[in-house]
Design a binder for this molecule. Sequence first.
Ligand code: GUN
Length: 284
Amino acid sequence: MTARMIDGKALSAQVRDDVAVRVQALKKHGVTPGLAVVLVGEDPASQVYVRNKAAACDKAGMLSREIRLAEDTPEEELLDLIEALNQDPAIHGILVQLPLPGHIDAGLVIETISATKDVDGFHISNAGLLMTGRPLFRPCTPYGIMKMLESEQVALRGAEAVIVGASNIVGKPMAMLLLAAGATVTLCNSKTRDLGAQTRRADVLVVATGKPGIVTGDMVKPGAVVIDVGINRLPSGKLTGDVEFDGAAQVASAITPVPGGVGPMTIAMLLVNTLEAAERTLNT
Ligand code: GUN
């Protein structure tokens, strides 16, 4: 079997077009959705992500405010900035790019963002709402993956879903969303004893570890849908995922490429979350 490629680039363009239409409708009510993106330090990958997020925002007709702070910015100064953005009526979404420098408590930073502007969905209130089945903001990467599975008409009710990687950003919220969709969910972590035994049971396999090639073709169930969240830069400069693509594509029924799979969807869902944050201000 040779897997169908799940085109995240094309689907994200569709989502962004829908967002742009809704942005124009909202503007007629005098509201322009606004996103503040905060980057602390000079991490090259983070710089690219932040630039792409702000550019996507502008392209959809939203307001973007990119705020870059020096690596040695005191924690207090970042918290003061967030407090000011919380109060700013032109800003509906606040995103602080992770990872943060070591002297800053990322947890404290995230809890300082108003839960109603937390478009990443990382705030403890949003994590709790998601866990109890009343999501306000869904974290963008798992939300984008759910959109991809929906667009591919993947049956989730009763399906075996296996997630490799239990981060707060991807693995844990992914588990909640798949569970809410009726899947039987297994969440693997770095201590999982026989990873292949778990992954080989998966009708839907989501891999988000940051370890290139951790999942090989022999670890994929024939006919599975494989979602590769990894974005790893090899010494050659080439981008690669966490899944050994060629081997997995021989076995799976559908698979996401890297790049051009999950990545573009993450940005598209950030726009959705920001738009919805702005729409909510009309109803309150
Ligand atoms: N770093 C890696 N992924 C993300 C993300 O989705 N949001 C933020 N804020 N930082 C990240």
